[in-house]
Design a protein around this ligand. Structure first.
Ligand code: SF4
Ligand code: SF4
Ligand code: SF4
Length: 263
């Protein structure tokens, strides 16, 4: 008797494709995984497509056009489980910078013929449009965490993702804290672990691309970082980056703005 493998579909919305590439970068692990799952739809990897419904939809990218609102609803309707993959899908990503500005002005500056564009005023995470079963943060996501999420779903358990901040990854690597040692602004204490503390290890402050950690103390972070600012508004700019539309980081910036209107 043969058991039907769970079907997995991978979708792209507005994004740079980096998180899908993280899946392809799994290489040998992906081949092992392919024994356990049926990759039914993954245009970045193959043109072969099997019709839905699917057991798992893995979705990269944010919702930035009217068409994408319709598409993400179709994805939700054809999948038992929807996973938001990466910081574009979980928080809007870099596209969400326009949520704090005038989208038409951005379009005029960037495109020669903005009149051909159809876009929403805001770029938003999947969860603002559909129920999402699981969110995996990162820009790009950590491929080991992608495997953990898929294996957990196949085994009907919660994924074992780190609940702590980037600071713990610094400690594990033996990286001397650049915030304490050199006074370089770093929002690692407020950021979810997952990258292995890449930036502090090369002497650069974390700018939060793995999204807010669970135990962040916004007020304390903002107060400490404002004392280290190298230019007015640096703290607000650090939080208003790739994960800037995440509610926790938005709250921190909102609290800072009265003190720093130009940020
Ligand atoms: S989260 Fe980052 S790496 Fe992933 S698709 Fe968005 S911009 Fe690309
Ligand atoms: S360098 Fe940043 S992430 Fe690393 S321990 Fe210091 S504050 Fe935390
Ligand atoms: S910005 Fe922070 S979370 Fe992103 S790679 Fe650098 S250290 Fe890691």
């Amino acid at each position: 008797m043969t058991t039907k493998k769970p079907t997995v579909a991978v979708y792209k919305f507005s994004s740079c494709d980096g998180c899908q590439l993280s899946i392809l970068n799994m290489e040998d692990d992906l081949l092992d995984l392919a024994d356990a799952i049926d990759i039914a739809y993954f245009l970045e990897a193959t043109r072969a497509q099997k019709p839905g419904p699917y057991d798992i939809a893995i979705v990269e990218g944010s919702i930035t056009t009217p068409h994408e609102i319709e598409r993400i609803k179709e994805v939700r309707a054809t999948a038992k489980t929807v996973v938001a993959l990466g910081t574009c899908a979980t928080a809007g990503g870099i596209q969400a910078l326009r949520n704090f500005a005038n989208a038409d002005e951005f379009a005029r500056v960037v495109y020669g013929h903005p009149e051909y564009l159809q876009y929403l005023e805001t770029a938003t995470p999947l969860s603002e449009h559909i129920p999402v079963d699981l969110e995996l943060w990162g820009c790009p996501v950590n491929k080991a965490q992608v495997i953990e999420v898929i294996v957990a779903l196949l085994n009907n358990r919660l994924p074992n993702l780190p609940p702590y901040s980037v600071c713990l990854e610094c400690k594990r690597r033996g990286t001397i804290c650049i915030l304490v040692d050199k006074g370089i602004p770093c929002i690692g204490p407020a950021t979810q672990a997952g990258c292995g503390a890449i930036c502090p290890t090369i002497g650069r402050g974390c700018y939060g691309c793995f999204g807010p950690s669970r135990d962040v103390n916004p007020g304390a972070m903002a107060t400490m970082l404002r004392q280290l600012e190298r230019y007015p508004g640096e703290t607000a700019r650090l939080f208003r980056g790739i994960s800037g539309y995440a509610p926790t980081f938005r709250t921190i910036v909102d609290d800072l703005l009265p003190a720093n209107e130009e940020a």
